[in-house]
Design a protein around this ligand. Structure first.
Ligand SMILES: Cc1ncc(COP(=O)(O)O)c(C=O)c1O
Length: 433
């Protein structure tokens, strides 16, 4: 009798009570096919599925687990916080400490408001930008994903790029009013002429430009210097708010986020993922002049029962402490580059068209000869080959993002031994393609 796969058993059971069997669409393996792995435990760079098979984790909860899973110091901080209750609905000193730490690490952030998810952070930042400027229009870029708030589900990346059939300025999701997305202008990433033209025509009506300063939601795509400079100059000239969505890149590509690498000072920044160390925690912050428009000081309303949750704050504070230690980012960046170089060499040996990119602990690989720089370019990479590679790697015990349109993530626990194992798995997988 053949043994029944426990992941399949759980997936079938899950689908009865959870739509699609998952609580976030990309987890369902729709792009790559097959059965999602149900995770039972994790430690350092590894997690285990319902069959007790061990995988090297290269998604790290889609970014947050930068110090590795179940880091003993983070676990201890969370345990200590949990002993004194999980939530008060009243302020705590820990929130002040976390706010102070964020403001220190990201000097563009003069004040910060904590929320529970990246979606809430971007949604609230947009409302604030609109309230501050008294304007309605926003600009976003093709393939950038900023969470699932209505205004932002237009030509969005991540799961939407995987599933949706987006056409220009149509919502990428059902249930989003056309009337709402008409206030969202979508422009190509890295296209200076397009943003100049739009500002020339409608600059005085634009409340905000929201951007992933290094995109991780259509695989990893880096901006050009000229593109970033044009956005900063135009938003300043026309009095629009520049929102850096660093939910993914903040405390992941560098201690000071993408803005510290790019030398750009945004007006508002959205944070999430690493800042909560894997707990539901996110934030938005920036210029005091803008932040003071928020309730209770100003008339832009924003609130949350679990905002600044003390257990999440404890995980976030400890994670930020660990990543601030000397040499952390040098090591993480070096390890990630080493991994990418190893994958590229393995692909070259097998004569597979392949390219790689990475920033800090975030990486992209593409079944394409050149690293893409736009949504259009990335959608031309060889998705069929990616799917095969994904499954060969999974069999080898390496868990990649189950979509060609997602970046990958390493942690400080991905040491040389782990990297060698991934590269060996890749060599075996490329040979089979
Ligand atoms: C850049 C960016 N912004 C916002 C979000 C939304 O965050 P959350 O999933 O916590 O709502 C994500 C999620 O992946 C993201 O990558």
């Amino acid at each position: 009798m053949t043994k029944v796969d426990q992941n399949a058993v759980l997936f079938e059971r899950a689908q009865k009570t959870i739509p699609g069997g998952v609580n976030s669409p990309v987890r369902a393996f729709r792009q790559v096919g097959g059965t999602p792995r149900f995770i039972t435990k994790a430690k350092g760079p590894y997690f285990w599925d319902a069959e007790n098979k061990r995988y090297i984790d290269l998604i790290m909860s889609w970014g947050p687990m930068i110090v590795g899973h179940a880091h003993p110091e983070v676990v201890a901080a969370v345990q200590k916080a949990a002993e004194t209750s999980f939530s008060y609905g009243a302020p705590t000193e820990g929130e002040i400490e976390l706010a102070e730490r964020i403001c220190e690490l990201m000097p563009s952030v003069e004040q910060v408001r904590m929320v529970s998810s990246g979606t809430e952070a971007t949604m609230s930042a947009l409302r604030l930008a609109r309230g501050y400027t008294g304007r309605d229009l926003i600009i976003k870029f093709e393939g950038c994903y900023h969470g699932h708030a209505d205004s932002l589900l237009v030509k969005a990346g991540s799961g939407l790029l995987t599933f949706a059939d987006s056409t220009q300025n149509a919502p990428s999701s059902g249930g989003v009013p056309k009337d709402l997305v008409k206030h969202t202008l979508v422009l190509p990433y890295n296209d200076v002429a397009a943003i100049e033209e739009v500002f020339k025509q409608q600059g005085d009506e634009i409340a905000a430009v929201i951007i992933e300063p290094i995109v991780g939601n259509m695989n990893l795509i880096q901006p050009s210097k000229e593109f970033l400079a044009a956005i900063r100059n135009l938003t300043t000239k026309y009095g629009s708010v520049l929102i850096y969505d660093e939910v993914m890149t903040g405390f992941r590509v560098a201690l000071g986020g993408a803005q510290s690498l790019q030398g750009i000072t945004p007006d508002l920044t959205c944070l999430g993922k690493v800042m909560g160390g894997g707990m539901p925690m996110a934030a938005f912050g920036g210029k005091k002049e803008i932040m003071s428009k928020l309730a209770p000081l100003g008339n832009v309303y924003q609130a949350g029962t679990l905002s600044g949750n003390p257990v999440a704050v404890a995980a976030g504070l400890k994670t930020l402490e660990i990543i601030s230690r000397e040499g952390f980012f040098e090591c993480l960046t070096g390890q990630t580059q080493k991994l990418m170089a190893g994958l590229k060499l393995a692909a070259d040996k097998a004569k597979v068209p392949f390219s790689v990119d990475s920033v800090g602990g975030m990486f992209g690989f593409y079944f394409a000869n050149e690293v893409p720089r736009s949504y259009e370019a990335v959608t031309k990479s060889d998705i069929e080959t990616f799917k095969k590679f994904f499954h060969f790697m999974l069999d080898e015990g390496v868990y990649l993002a189950p979509s060609a349109y997602e970046a990958g993530f390493t942690s400080i626990a991905h040491d040389n031994e782990v990297l060698d194992a991934i590269i060996l798995a890749a060599e075996n997988s490329f040979k089979k393609l």
